[in-house]
Design a binder for this molecule. Structure first.
Ligand SMILES: Nc1ncnc2c1ncn2[C@@H]1O[C@H](COP(=O)(O)OP(=O)(O)OP(=O)(O)O)[C@@H](O)[C@H]1O
Ligand SMILES: [Mg+2]
Length: 341
């Protein structure tokens, strides 16, 4: 197949944004060099799978959109996470491809929309009988929606990814801290804010692959237990990207160990229900918390999660005895199958 690897270059810098490194043989070899970008890894995998890949770049100019509309590829591998630097516009890209009849991998506009609005996603997930932390939404001092929430709370943007607006100061214990944090976020980002009960517990990620039916891959855990006692146990910006920080160095993702079978199954079921309920397609990652008493809380859903070989999704795929190339092959297959009906 001719496959166009689609990505956006807006504001892209020379320095690699950084990724939590995993400790296994597959990635150890790569450490010394600049890690490959996810698009390069996907491109290489497609070549090895016998496809004819090419790059399709979006840069915020109409001309690149027109080029996408005219593309002659059989399938687009959609790695675009924003449009013109605006990550809330990621959903317009598949919507545009639907309009012009370009076939693509991953979630459609519905899935991207539902998952992006965390407050809306939580209501849908609750409707399906799953638990998500109690929350309230505030924008410019107005309360849009509210449970009766209890401290400690975590304060985060309703619609951002990659821990934008989430750092060591996000967990608050008092009204004073809460007001200060809301003010801080409104100043920085001016976006609606989700005030959510903070759930102490294990941080579990469930990678889901395919559609009919979706398959839950082995669970991945981000171990936050080594963080200093005065640091909140959350995967904030420092933990995910700030390679120089203590928080980054002290935390590590790996396949989840010591989970009893029943709990692991419940987590995977919760993730599959979330994936279906939010209309995710082809591949996705559901972020959850497992509280001490065994209660599972769905935190959020990530359609088209990062496909770097170092990211949690690929780690979960390796856990299911798939190589990186086999994982990419499966995504292509399930996407292409959608257009055969
Ligand atoms: N209610 C909560 N209780 C405990 N920890 C939380 C809660 N909400 C968020 N966190 C912590 O903050 C992290 C980031 O939150 P979230 O996943 O909502 O942000 P994001 O920016 O969408 O992240 P991603 O990089 O997955 O897109 C979580 O992985 C978790 O560690
Ligand atoms: Mg997350």
């Amino acid at each position: 197949m001719k496959i166009g690897v689609l990505y956006e270059v807006w504001g892209e810098t020379e320095s690699y944004p950084g990724a939590k490194e995993v400790d296994d043989d597959t990635t150890r070899r790569r450490r010394r060099r600049r890690p490959k970008l996810d698009r390069e890894e996907v491109f290489d995998a497609l070549t090895k799978l016998g496809h004819e890949p090419s790059y399709i770049e979006l840069d915020g100019r109409d001309a690149t959109l027109f080029a996408l509309a005219r593309t002659k590829v059989d399938l687009v591998f959609n790695l675009a996470e924003s449009y013109a630097g605006d990550d809330t516009k990621d959903l317009n890209i598949p919507a545009f491809m639907d309009l012009v009849g370009v076939k693509y991998t991953g979630s459609g506009p519905h899935g991207l929309l539902l998952a992006q609005d965390k407050a809306l996603a939580k209501k849908i997930v609750e409707f399906h009988g799953l638990k998500t932390p109690f929350s309230a939404v505030s924008h410019r001092g107005r309360l849009d929606y509210s449970h009766d929430v209890k401290f400690p709370l975590i304060v985060k943007p309703v619609s951002e990814d990659g821990s934008i607006g989430i750092d060591v100061g996000s967990v608050v214990d008092s009204v004073k801290e809460l007001m200060e944090r809301i003010h801080h976020l409104h100043e920085e980002l001016d976006v609606p804010i989700l005030i959510e009960e903070y759930i102490e517990g294990r941080e579990i990620y469930a990678a889901i692959l395919g559609n009919r039916p979706p398959e839950a891959l082995p669970l991945v855990e981000l171990d936050l237990s080594k963080l200093p006692a005065d640091t909140p146990r959350i995967a904030g910006r420092e933990v995910k990207f700030d390679k120089e920080s203590e928080e980054y160095k002290l935390t590590k993702s790996a396949l989840a160990k010591d989970l009893d079978e029943e709990t692991a199954e419940k987590l995977q079921e919760a993730a599959k229900t979330t994936y279906r309920a939010l209309k995710l397609r082809d591949y996705g990652r559901i972020d959850m918390r497992l509280a001490k008493d065994g209660t599972i809380y769905v935190l959020e859903a990530n359609p088209n999660p990062w496909l770097s070989s170092q990211a949690e999704f690929a780690m979960a795929a390796r856990g299911s005895e798939r190589t990186y190339n086999e994982m990419i092959k499966k995504i292509v297959e399930v996407a292409a199958a959608r257009y055969e009906d």
